[in-house]
Design a protein around this ligand. Structure first.
Ligand code: HEM
Length: 115
């Protein structure tokens, strides 16, 4: 059970790495919303929800932290949707939509490891 949970944590981290890595590439590039970002957030969300259930651990989960991470992910998802739609209409993603995607992703990773 513990090994299975560790594997799900690894998948969760792959989702984070995919989302943040795809965003970083675009941050120094053309600042678009890419399909890889959508894949990354989906993987992180599904694995995160699986980890939100208390299995394979002998400590309490911090549900305040988990709820905040979930809210942050919903905001990131909304920004990805808004950004992709604006890109289709105008050809570019507004800076006020593009930059918070990476910053909120980092915030969630920070909440996970520091709190
Ligand atoms: C972009 C979004 C997210 C990022 C960057 C992120 C980042 C991380 C990281 C880096 C860890 C490993 C922490 C450690 O083992 O010390 C982690 C663990 C975890 N995350 Fe996330 N996360 C995200 C979204 C979510 C969501 C949406 C949920 C649940 C609704 C969630 C629930 C969890 C749980 C339950 C753990 C394991 C805690 C434990 O077993 O002690 N995460 N996350």
């Amino acid at each position: 059970m513990e090994i299975l949970r560790s594997i799900v944590v690894l998948i969760h981290l792959i989702g984070f790495a995919t989302l943040f890595g795809a965003w970083l590439v675009e941050a120094i590039g053309r600042r678009r919303i890419t399909r890889l970002m959508h894949w990354g957030i989906t993987i992180a969300l599904v694995a995160g929800l699986a980890l939100a259930a208390p299995w394979g651990i002998d400590h309490e989960l911090n549900y305040v932290k988990i709820t905040i991470k979930l809210v942050v992910v919903v905001v990131i998802g909304a920004l990805l949707g808004i950004g992709a739609a604006r890109e289709r209409k105008t050809g570019s993603v507004p800076p006020g939509v593009f930059w918070p995607i990476g910053l909120l992703t980092l915030l969630n990773a920070g909440l996970a490891v520091i709190w």
